[in-house]
Design a binder for this molecule. Structure first.
Ligand code: ADP
Length: 324
């Protein structure tokens, strides 16, 4: 399938009546990358994705794919494909015919479309279920069929709207590995909307964090996590404290906070065992909350309980100034 295409959003805007859902965003998606679009509910993620797909009209600005403005093309003519949250399979068609459906609409003959559908089912490891109906499949299997059905059109960009949210936690992690493998194998761009930070970090080469209808920060997943620009991103990505230091706001990674003999006095307010580490929530005398992620072996050498007095220390080099 084709690689090397670039998707660009230019001043892309969506209004629903008086509601500004997407406010003139600009972004260039690197060809062949796995991009996670994340942010809190209502920040404009789905509207952005649906405008790229052509399932929602553009109020202003444009969607440019491979140098062509596709903003006014119907979904099937854009070179994108969308996998929906509800898999929306046709209940009366078997798996193979579900996958082949868009080819049938295009007038591809039966033999050719079945061959192509079989190839896609092989790709998502569903060959043995080709003759079953959707009702005879588990949620995870239906999702694989939905993926095969989206990929059969050979899109340059695959759009996924919270594709894992309906799955149980075990299956979610399994499918996330599958999605990553598929993206690598196909070499096309995947744009995956999620509100989960873990999911975005696990999958995204690149993260685009939205808030209040705009892109708040974007970049390589590790850069966004390690160097949040704003208080919102630091808090939303998790694992960071936002504290006052030298009259300004700074982010401090929770795993950079240590308990020591000297340091900032604080009182433990909550202790949560999380397996590899223990999350210790504390309150400083200034009334700020500071979270320390302490390796579990270290913690259990000298366990703490709510109400205990502790001293917090960190390397000043770990403080990261935020834009006000
Ligand atoms: P997200 O995917 O981040 O949850 P959405 O793009 O779904 O955000 O929504 C962004 C904003 O647009 C929200 O305020 C939402 O209520 C509003 N919105 C979304 N779809 C519609 C619609 N069809 N009609 C009116 N308002 C909508």
């Amino acid at each position: 399938m084709g690689a090397g295409y670039d998707l660009e959003l230019v001043n892309l805007t969506k209004k629903y009546g008086d509601t500004l859902a997407v406010d003139s965003i600009n972004y260039q998606f690197k060809a062949g990358s796995y991009v996670c679009l994340l942010g809190p509910s209502g920040c404009g993620k789905s509207s952005t994705l649906r405008m790229i797909a052509g399932h929602e009209s553009v109020t202003d600005g444009s969607v440019v794919l491979d140098g062509f403005d596709v903003s006014y093309l119907p979904p099937a003519k854009r070179g994108t494909a969308m996998m929906f949250q509800s898999y929306a399979l046709f209940p009366h068609l078997n798996v193979r015919d579900n996958v082949a459906f868009s080819l049938r609409m295009k007038g591809v003959d039966k033999q050719a479309r079945h061959a192509k559908a079989n190839e896609m089912l092989e790709l998502v490891d569903m060959t043995q279920y080709a003759d079953r109906f959707p009702a005879q499949l588990s949620g995870g299997q239906q999702q694989r069929v939905a993926l095969a059905r989206a990929l059969v059109t050979q899109p340059k960009v695959l759009l996924l709207d919270e594709p894992l949210s309906a799955l149980d936690p075990f299956l979610r992690i399994k499918m996330r590995t599958e999605l990553k493998r598929l993206q690598r194998e196909l070499g096309i761009t995947f744009i995956h909307v999620t509100h989960g930070q873990d999911e975005a970090l696990a999958l995204g080469d690149e993260l685009v964090v939205m808030n209040n209808s705009v892109i708040e920060q974007s970049g390589a997943a590790r850069d966004v996590w390690a160097a949040p620009k704003t208080e919102f991103v630091a808090k939303f990505m998790g694992g960071h404290n936002v504290i006052t230091f030298d009259g300004g706001k700074v982010a401090l990674r929770a795993d950079a906070v240590e308990l020591s003999d000297t340091g900032l006095p604080a009182t433990v307010t909550a202790v949560e065992y999380q397996g590899g580490h223990v999350a210790l929530t504390t309150a400083t005398t200034a009334g700020e909350e500071v979270l320390a992620l302490v390796p579990e072996a270290t913690f259990f050498q000298s366990p703490k309980n709510p109400g205990d007095a502790v001293k917090l220390a960190w390397d000043e080099g770990r403080l990261h100034r935020l834009q006000s």
